[in-house]
Design a protein around this ligand. Structure first.
Ligand code: 9MR
Length: 372
């Protein structure tokens, strides 16, 4: 009897606790849920992630992100390794992953001077290059028609001064290759959003070149829907003002703006060092790899503040921004551990190598009212 009485006394507390737990569970939000009204939150996936090799990573990806880009496997050297051979085994898995998880699927990339199959780099003849472009773009875009939501049709066609980069495409077809690429992609899937994607295209000179390029594509009759600013950024640069000017300038052309490969390096860049010899070998240099074991709190805070000011700007212009994609899920997989110097330990993303959310994650989440 006594026991039952005790239980009755405790009952309100038990009910209160369980309601609270439920409430807490409801409030456990993610990046994708917090930003669902503003823009997609994406990540780049490597082969192991596409193949769901690590259950913990997989559940983090599904919980936090609603858009995916293949970090490497859709590049031409992988999907079109020889003239008469396409290999879609991995890209089919990538698409299946996105479909299964109701994710926005971005295609990266159709026409890029880098990671080309060796046979493509050898094309010198105009007719042969035209035939290549038609076959390559039409085959890939048609195969995933209605499945891939947006494409990087052309990637990194500009030099830093805004002029057109010399490439096998420019050398054979001249600047018309840009218009042709967008026309071919639109013909193969009229509903997919078509993007031009580049790095440093928020910087004034390159931005101006990018604007001219977009105008050329439009004047030539190509359909272009958006511009991808890759956003491989640093703690101190580019400035928020420069990024804002770019969002405004590109959207003034009627284009969507996507941040397609966001990460922020916290490591020194040897090319910033006065008098540093570019050809010097920095591998294994302690000065160039200052945080091999742990990121000091002071830098962690700087990174978090940098992410907060960037996302504050993104929120301000959310009506112009379609997607913000991080270039990787966690620090351990980032390409920045190997560039521009191999074998360093970098900390550019929101999750650390053990998949723990960093202070930068908390800051990005804090900007949103997470109780909605
Ligand atoms: O992250 C990618 C890395 O694994 C590859 O080795 C590299 C090869 O060029 O490409 C990296 O991704 C690049 C992207 O495809 C285009 N923009 C720059 C990215 C970082 O280099």
């Amino acid at each position: 009897m006594k026991l039952i009485n005790h239980y009755l006394l405790l009952l309100p507390l038990i009910i209160f606790n369980s309601c609270n737990a439920q409430k807490k569970e409801k409030n456990v939000v993610s990046l994708k849920d917090s930003y669902k009204k503003e823009f997609y939150i994406g990540t780049a996936l490597d082969v192991n992630q596409i193949e769901e090799k690590n259950a913990k990573e997989d559940s983090l990806i599904k919980k936090q992100f609603n858009a995916i880009t293949a970090e490497n496997i859709m590049k031409s050297m992988f999907v079109h390794p020889s003239k008469d051979k396409y290999d879609f085994a991995m890209s089919d898995k990538f698409i299946a992953y996105g479909e299964k998880n109701n994710m926005f699927i971005h295609g990266h990339t159709l026409i890029w001077h880098s990671q080309l199959a060796p046979w493509m780099a050898e094309i010198k003849d105009v007719a042969e290059m035209k035939a290549f472009m038609k076959n390559h773009i039409t085959t890939i875009v048609s195969k995933y028609k209605g499945k891939i939501d947006s494409w990087d049709v052309v990637n990194e066609a500009l030099n830093e001064d805004g002029t057109l980069r010399k490439s096998v495409f420019l050398n054979t077809l001249g600047e018309q290759y840009l218009v042709d690429a967008f026309k071919l992609a639109a013909a193969a899937d009229p509903k997919a959003d078509l993007y031009y994607n580049d790095y440093n295209n928020e910087e004034p000179a390159k931005r101006k070149g990018n604007i001219d390029l977009i105008k050329k594509i439009k004047e030539g009759g190509g359909k272009i829907d958006g511009v991808g600013i890759q956003a491989h950024w640093r703690l101190e640069s580019p400035s928020i003002e420069t990024i804002e000017e770019s969002i405004l300038a590109y959207s003034a052309l009627g284009l969507k703006v996507a941040f397609t490969e966001l990460d922020i390096t916290v490591l020194p860049n040897p090319w910033d060092l006065k008098g540093a010899d570019v050809n010097q070998n920095f591998e294994g240099s302690a000065k160039m790899n200052p945080y091999p074991d742990k990121l000091p709190d002071s830098v962690q805070v700087k990174l978090a503040e940098r992410y907060a000011s960037i996302f504050k700007l993104f929120l301000k212009h959310q009506d112009k921004i379609s997607r913000v994609t991080f270039w990787g899920v966690h620090d351990g997989q980032s390409w920045l551990n190997d560039w521009p110097i191999k074998g360093r330990t970098n900390y550019p993303l929101l999750f650390d190598k053990n998949l723990k959310p960093k202070k930068a994650y908390q800051n990005v989440m804090k900007l949103k009212d997470t109780k909605e």
